[in-house]
Design a protein around this ligand. Structure first.
Ligand SMILES: NC(=O)c1ccc[n+]([C@@H]2O[C@H](COP(=O)([O-])OP(=O)(O)OC[C@H]3O[C@@H](n4cnc5c(N)ncnc54)[C@H](O)[C@@H]3O)[C@@H](O)[C@H]2O)c1
Length: 334
């Protein structure tokens, strides 16, 4: 049995709780939040101990692993402290908010020999897995270009609901580092890390509300392959982000729920029911945590190799490259 402690009992903690409740070999031993009411409610619901200081949780010898689900600026500090306390770490995205912290974390992870993972759960969406395997089998020929688009709705009420969201220091950025990061991770995971980027960010509809960007556009390069990026939090609703792959033999459009190849929707129902994907649709957090537990136990199951670890840095490299490029008004080498 793997005993998890979770630091941060806010919105996303319930997704982790429902995932762990569905896994035979995992349970919560403890939780922590500086908001005592919220933390105690989580502890009661999940039948675990409560701490109001994460150092106390890390000193709890009964815990094997820690889930970090706090505001972005705390991720690197808490990950480093967790590794130093001998815990395995599953951290919500992003792994860090500064280049220095990401570099320090990479060194600490290598030294620690602990399992370190970042919560890019979309890698475990059935259409993503299906496409990943087809690309690995080189089914589509050369890649000519990639386009990705995320247009969501994040308004004043969204930012008012959490004091750290919209703060440059605490969130570390806006639509790119919070919402777009999953899509950017997907590009690096499907294809490769980007070599160069030129981009622009702005704060438009939310200019009086937040310090961070609510819109971004960029052109990246993997070798000679153009990667076109568009992200905005100013749309009227939040449709599934899409990635379009322009391959020599096929045009592919991937969303969270669907995979379309040359205009034909691939039957995801049959994918989820195949031996390859026994789990239920829509529970990618659960699949990611399951892969984390397998890694921790030294076991292997199909697709466990897709667990995001230090390769989570590549999405951040794109984001920081866009921020730097915006400031310098030139291409940035990543
Ligand atoms: N993987 C995903 O799809 C996904 C989705 C939503 C959120 N997230 C990520 O999850 C993380 C949390 O987001 P959220 O929406 O749940 O935020 P939230 O503001 O709802 O929750 C954060 C919690 O952390 C607590 N906290 C703050 N400082 C603390 C400290 N020093 N010690 C202990 N607890 C502390 C807060 O009191 C709060 O309860 C973020 O990194 C976010 O990007 C990921």
């Amino acid at each position: 049995m793997i005993r998890f402690g979770i630091i941060g009992c806010g919105a996303i903690s319930n997704t982790h709780a429902s995932a762990i409740a569905q896994l035979d070999g995992a349970m919560f031993g403890a939780c922590c939040d500086i908001n005592v009411t919220r933390g105690q409610a989580f502890a009661q619901k999940n039948n675990c101990r409560f701490y109001d200081d994460y150092h106390a949780l890390l000193a709890d010898k009964t815990l094997d692993a820690v889930i970090i689900a706090t505001p972005h600026y705390l991720h690197a500090t808490m990950s480093l402290a967790s590794l130093a306390a001998g815990k395995h770490v599953l951290c919500e995205k992003p792994m860090a908010t500064t280049k220095e912290d990401a570099a320090a974390l990479a060194i600490a992870v290598e030294k620690s020999k602990k399992v370190y993972a970042v919560c890019f759960q979309n890698r475990f969406n059935p259409p993503f897995i299906k496409l990943k395997k087809m690309i690995e089998q080189n089914k589509f020929g050369n890649l000519n270009g990639v386009k990705c688009e995320l247009t969501w709705h994040r308004d004043q009420a969204y930012y008012a609901a959490a004091d750290w969201k919209g703060s440059l220091v605490q969130e570390g950025g806006g639509v790119l580092i919070n919402q777009g990061i999953h899509t950017l991770d997907a590009i690096t995971w499907f294809i490769a890390p980007l070599d160069k980027i030129k981009g622009k960010i702005m704060t438009s509809l939310l200019e009086d509300v937040i310090e961070v960007e609510d819109a971004a556009m960029a052109t990246g390069l993997i070798g000679e392959i153009p990667i076109v990026i568009h992200a905005s939090n100013n749309f009227s609703s939040s449709p599934s982000p899409t990635i379009t792959f322009d391959f020599e033999k096929s045009s592919i459009v991937l969303s969270m729920e669907t995979l379309m190849i040359d205009g034909q929707v691939v039957d995801i129902q049959s994918i989820t029911q195949s031996a390859e994907h026994k789990a239920q649709w829509g529970d990618s957090h659960k699949r990611l945590i399951e892969a984390f537990c397998h890694r921790l136990n030294g076991q292997y199951a199909l697709n466990d190799e897709y667990l995001p670890g230090l390769d989570a840095r590549y999405a951040l490299a794109i984001i920081w490259g866009i921020y730097d490029s915006n400031q310098l008004n030139r291409w940035v080498t990543l």
